[in-house]
Design a protein around this ligand. Structure first.
Ligand code: G6P
Ligand code: MG
Length: 216
């Protein structure tokens, strides 16, 4: 039944979600805006500018578009410094094995990350060759939880959405997968609403089990 698997990147394949957190925290603190891990959950899966707007909504100062662009650029510069040192050792547990095994069994694989740095990170991790299709975040108009990025990935694989499994660590991402009409695998230690199944990390990814769970 399922023929393709579409992965989020940050927090699923590698722990760049942590680097996004650190870079945003640094910026928020500089601006005197309170920032913690709980608030950071709202930013997962959300584009750079939208994330900044969410952070700035906690400030009583208003910012011009030009100032916002400068702040987003500043966060990205910090983030890029953090990801420059990524190596294949930074793959999260099970990630390399899952990609290898799915590929070997003939599944089509895609990457659906909202990050404009995704292809740089995928290259540093040396897993680029596993992906049949990588969505270019710059071409996506609607951020997760809108389903656009997952629908674009399915199209890129030449598969109808119902034949695809989406894998996500963010609440907005799970919602996007479900709205795209796909089976949703949630990754992480806290429950994600709407996920068809939750796993701690990709070591527990079990496609044979998901094949038996399809609602026909
Ligand atoms: C992913 C991450 C977000 C990040 C977004 C944009 O969705 O989960 O935390 O803000 O990508 O990333 P970028 O690298 O383009 O700033
Ligand atoms: Mg993520």
């Amino acid at each position: 039944y399922f023929k393709g698997v579409i992965f989020d990147l940050d927090g699923v394949i590698t722990d760049t979600a942590e680097y996004h957190y650190q870079a945003w925290k640094r910026l928020a603190e500089k601006l005197g805006i309170p920032f913690d891990r709980k608030f950071n959950e709202k930013l997962k899966g959300v584009s750079r500018m939208e994330s900044l707007n969410i952070i700035l909504s906690r400030s009583n100062k208003s910012y011009t578009q030009e100032e916002k662009e400068r702040l987003a650029e500043e966060k990205n510069a910090d983030y890029k410094e953090l990801i420059a040192k990524i190596t294949p050792d930074d793959l999260l547990p099970g990630a390399g094995e899952v990609l290898e095994s799915l590929k070997k069994h003939g599944y089509k694989l895609a990457l659906a990350s909202a990050s404009k740095n995704a292809s740089f990170v995928i290259k540093k991790l040396k897993v680029e060759h596993y992906f049949d299709y990588i969505v270019d975040a710059a071409t996506i108009k609607n951020s997760k939880p809108h389903p656009e990025i997952f629908l674009t990935a399915a199209k890129g694989l030449g598969l109808a959405p119902e034949y695809c499994i989406g894998v996500e660590d963010a609440q907005a991402g799970i919602e996007a997968i479900k709205r795209a009409g796909m089976f949703a695998v949630g990754v992480g230690s806290s429950t994600l609403k709407g996920a068809d199944v939750m796993i701690n990390d990709l070591r527990d990814f079990d496609i044979e089990q998901y094949q038996t769970m399809v609602k026909r």
